[in-house]
Design a binder for this molecule. Structure first.
Ligand SMILES: [Ca+2]
Ligand SMILES: [Ca+2]
Ligand SMILES: [Ca+2]
Length: 135
């Protein structure tokens, strides 16, 4: 016969397991707004987006030469996109060139032109293209 105590323990273990997998899912799907919304107004403005992009740029620049090459970009920009973003055609992006692409994508993702991106705008195709340059 199974004791009441062991049933309770089993239930507790199952509940804990479910909670930790929920917590895991929440971390994995962390809202980009929550990640980057430094003024906590529920949307991302250009300053917040550029800050996130600068942080990622620094992280990606493995050899610390102040530019990102194709390898460091790791597929974030397609060959064509990289060429378009690289006006001096040296095959690398400076932080300014990178942020210029970010700003273009920000504007493309903000069809109502209110200067902020809400969750719906970030979830659009243009919004997702922008997020690829932020994380
Ligand atoms: Ca904000
Ligand atoms: Ca580099
Ligand atoms: Ca907007």
């Amino acid at each position: 016969m199974i004791s009441r105590r062991s049933i309770l323990l089993t239930l507790a273990a199952v509940t804990c397991g479910q909670m930790s997998s929920l917590a895991f899912a929440a971390t994995r799907n962390a809202s980009p707004i929550k990640m980057f919304d430094t003024d906590n107004d529920g949307t991302l403005d250009l300053a917040e987006v550029k800050k996130a992009a600068s942080d990622l740029f620094a992280k990606l620049d493995a050899d610390h030469d102040g530019t990102l090459d194709k390898r460091e970009l790791a597929g974030r920009l397609r060959v064509k996109e990289l060429a378009a973003a690289d006006p001096d055609h040296d095959g690398t992006l400076t932080a300014d060139e990178y942020l210029a692409v970010v700003e273009q994508r920000f504007n493309a993702a903000d069809p109502d032109k209110d200067g902020t991106l809400d969750a719906k705008e970030l979830n659009s195709k243009a919004g997702k293209a922008l997020l690829r340059l932020l994380k």
